[in-house]
Design a protein around this ligand. Sequence first.
Ligand code: UDP
Ligand code: MG
Length: 314
Amino acid sequence: MKNSKLVIIVPCYNEEEILEYSILQLTMLLDIMINNNLISTNSKICFINDGSTDNTSNILEKHCKINKKIMVINLTNNFGQQNAILAGLNIIDSDMVITIDADLQDDHTVMIDMVKKYYEGYDIVYGVRQKREPSSFLKTGSAILFYKLMNLLGIQIRKNHSEFRLLSCRAIEKLKEFKEKTIFLRGIIQSLGLKSCDVYYDGLERLAGKTKYSVFTLFGLAWTAITSFSIMPLRLITSIGLLSGIISFFIIIYGIISYIKHYAVPGWTSIIMTIVFFSSIIIMSLGIIGEYLSKVLIEVKDRPLYQIDSMINF
Ligand code: UDP
Ligand code: MG
């Protein structure tokens, strides 16, 4: 079945510097695919404006007026990239979608290969970066650490894949069955268990504008990934508790022997050390339990993940 409908979903938050370029590149690529009968003529590009405060919405609106292939979903606020993508996936009705960042740091031309893979019967096609773009030491380092940690915790995610991927409507239907609020799309999509494959490309540098992800926000994403997909930190508490139990057993034995042998000097240092050691473990454990509890609270509140302000060209 060739000639299926494709919608390219592009989350954008304050992307005024690069948006004109991205719109031009993506519309050109869409036209090429349509003209080569790779996708149907009603294929589109949908920009999700994630509460931008710069000129992003004006630029999008301008292009919507001149090109009916461009759709826009304006969110009322900044809900984050994951929720912006999710808004697109929930609203768009298409045979397949491809999600890509607005800065086109992922090589958009490999979309052609992605679509071909779709026709070969793949429900998920991951865009995988072969060469990382030259980014800051901190960012590269934290990315390496992220994958190592995920691996250690047994969380399966595709290495060097971010949010650039093709999903068939079947994959989207399955994704919609996940009702959780703290979304880590990469983890969930991988767990769908549908037929998937990779396409490779070289990561590019951001041509204009700034990254919206600091090391701290990346850390936040990693934390969401861990607490959404792994109960390992909770298990770790049990192990630490067990270990501290063993240590305190020996401390008690030492205390008793010292007492019997009468060389028990007032052990101020050891008392202080014991108190500090165990109270730090207790506080840390409470903290981790609190993290999971906060997740439960978020789920119970059941707040909407995003709210739509307006939709153009739908
Ligand atoms: N983005 C978004 N909402 C946010 C932050 C980012 O929609 O709150 C979009 C952003 O406009 C871009 C994509 O998510 O299209 C990835 O962001 P960025 O390029 O800044 O991340 P990086 O590539 O540096 O990790
Ligand atoms: Mg980027």
